[in-house]
Design a protein around this ligand. Structure first.
Ligand code: ARG
Length: 469
């Protein structure tokens, strides 16, 4: 039984007393700590610290004796982390404090000199930029592998004919190579955007200190150079409060993932029993526990879906950054999980998509058969009327429409109409018109730059190979 005294004590504690103080302190520790997710920045943190330390020594801000102890100590911390025998503790908040605290256990007082002319604000901005820069490079490599898969497929299937759609209605016959190259263009733009964003990221915030710069005679050009940044950032306030690089990285990922999702959706459609244009390999499909015939395109579906979280990640950081006053605010600690999550999701979908493209088998006959309905060469017929009979295009469109209606009534495709039937619509039509009504002639005729003709596609494949860097 709880005594009256205990009850009073509890009440007092929960409202004003020890428990009240202890409660929020625990929560404070929990809400404040980022070590659970920022521990992956250890290598960037140590690299940044070593560059800073070397500069402090070169500028005679710290002695070479202390500096060398710091450098060796940092190496040891890195070894311990990588060996998996490092203790993390939420009380030490983040990776920066963990590294420094362990350093002081190893080398003693000299460790305290490392933080001269630096703050965690410029430190975290630098570490995070280093991480995002690497992530951009990985993203670029992954996209390159996908580009190669697409160009390879395009070349192998430059002559394969399938219906091209608008509104998901059969529009005009196209070649499979042409379709693959459409995605090649998207991923080329994505890589271009990344390169552009990387150029803007590539300025070093280290030395901005807390927000105002420092009175120590530091050499920011040296640290920038040793961390392979193009130049130091030009404004210390901006340096510690900028997260554009993470936003741009996620924006690049979101746009690119949008492209992936479109291709994924086409794969889902193409691999359905109704379309049956392609067969995905066993490696990227799953079966159903109840329906033995099923071959589900799970990888494609997840590629289609992951874009959701990537856009969400971008949104979450945009919303965190919106309205923040200069310079650093702790809000900005929320930048990392979103960015890491977007990078992970993006790496997964690009790798899965590359594998699916590499391994997919085409059902060329089914694709071809699917072009044999839907009056898919109607535009070729209209173009013939313009070219051979010198009809204005609008009139040719009308005449073709009448012929389509006639074929529809008869239950055949356009080439199922007889010449005599066609001539009831326009007496000048000749036998020659039948040369443009088959899909092979249709695609072969579209030789305009960037068009669907196999010969054009093969030229574009060649150009694409040269454009892949
Ligand atoms: N863990 C913090 C972050 O990720 C490091 C910077 C903390 N700076 C500060 N002044 N409290 O943003």
């Amino acid at each position: 039984m709880t005594s009256q005294k205990d009850k009073t004590a509890k009440l007092a504690n929960s409202l004003w007393g020890g428990r009240f103080a202890a409660g929020p302190a625990e929560i404070m520790e929990k809400i404040n700590a980022s070590i659970d997710f920022d521990k992956i920045l250890y290598a960037q943190d140590i690299r940044g610290s070593k560059a800073h330390c070397a500069m402090l020594m070169a500028q005679d801000i710290i002695s070479s004796e202390d500096g060398n102890k710091i450098l060796t100590g940092l190496d040891q911390v890195q070894t311990e982390i990588e060996a998996g025998n490092f203790t993390y503790d939420a009380k030490l908040e983040d990776i920066h404090m963990h590294v420094e605290s362990r350093l002081s256990e190893i080398i003693g007082d000299a460790a305290g000199r490392l933080h001269t002319a630096r703050s965690r604000n410029d430190q975290v901005a630098t570490d995070f930029k280093l991480w995002v820069r690497d992530a951009m490079d990985e993203m670029d490599n992954a996209l390159k592998a996908l580009q190669i898969a697409l160009v390879t497929k395009a070349e192998q299937h430059a002559h394969v004919i399938l219906p091209g759609f608008t509104h998901l209605q059969s529009a005009q016959p196209i070649t499979f190579g042409h379709h693959m190259l459409a995605y090649f263009e998207m991923f080329t733009r994505d890589r271009d955007r990344l390169r552009d964003a990387r150029g803007r990221l590539n300025e070093c915030p280290l030395g901005a200190a807390a927000l105002a710069g420092t009175s120590f005679p530091i050499d920011r050009f040296q640290t920038a150079q040793s961390l392979k940044f193009r130049t130091p950032t030009a404004n210390s306030l901006d340096s510690v409060s900028d997260r554009d690089f993470a936003l741009e990285f996620m924006a690049c990922a979101a746009i690119s993932a949008t492209h992936v999702s479109r291709l994924a959706e086409e794969i889902v459609i193409w691999s359905s029993a109704q379309f049956n244009f392609i067969q995905l390999s066993d490696k990227y499909t799953t079966g159903s526990s109840i329906m033995p015939q099923k071959r589900n395109p799970d990888a494609a579906e997840l590629c289609r879906a992951k874009v959701g979280r990537i856009i969400g990640d971008l949104n979450s950081l945009l919303i965190v950054m919106k309205g923040l006053p200069l310079a650093y605010s702790k809000d900005m600690q929320e930048d990392k999980e979103a960015t890491f999550d977007a990078a992970n999701a993006f790496a997964l979908i690009i790798a899965a998509m590359t594998g699916m493209i590499d391994d997919m088998k085409l059902h060329e006959n089914v694709m071809h058969a699917s072009t044999q309905n839907g009056f898919i060469t109607a535009t070729d017929l209209a173009d013939w009327l313009v070219r051979v009979l010198d009809m204005p295009f609008r009139k040719a469109h009308h005449v073709t429409g009448t012929l389509v209606a006639m074929a529809e009534k008869k239950g055949c495709d356009l080439d199922g109409l007889t010449l005599a039937e066609m001539q009831t619509v326009d007496a000048n039509i000749t036998q020659d018109v039948f040369c443009v009504l088959d899909v092979e002639s249709s695609v072969a005729s579209r030789t305009s730059f960037g068009g669907t003709a196999p010969e054009q596609v093969l030229l574009q494949v060649k150009a694409a190979r040269d454009r892949i860097e």
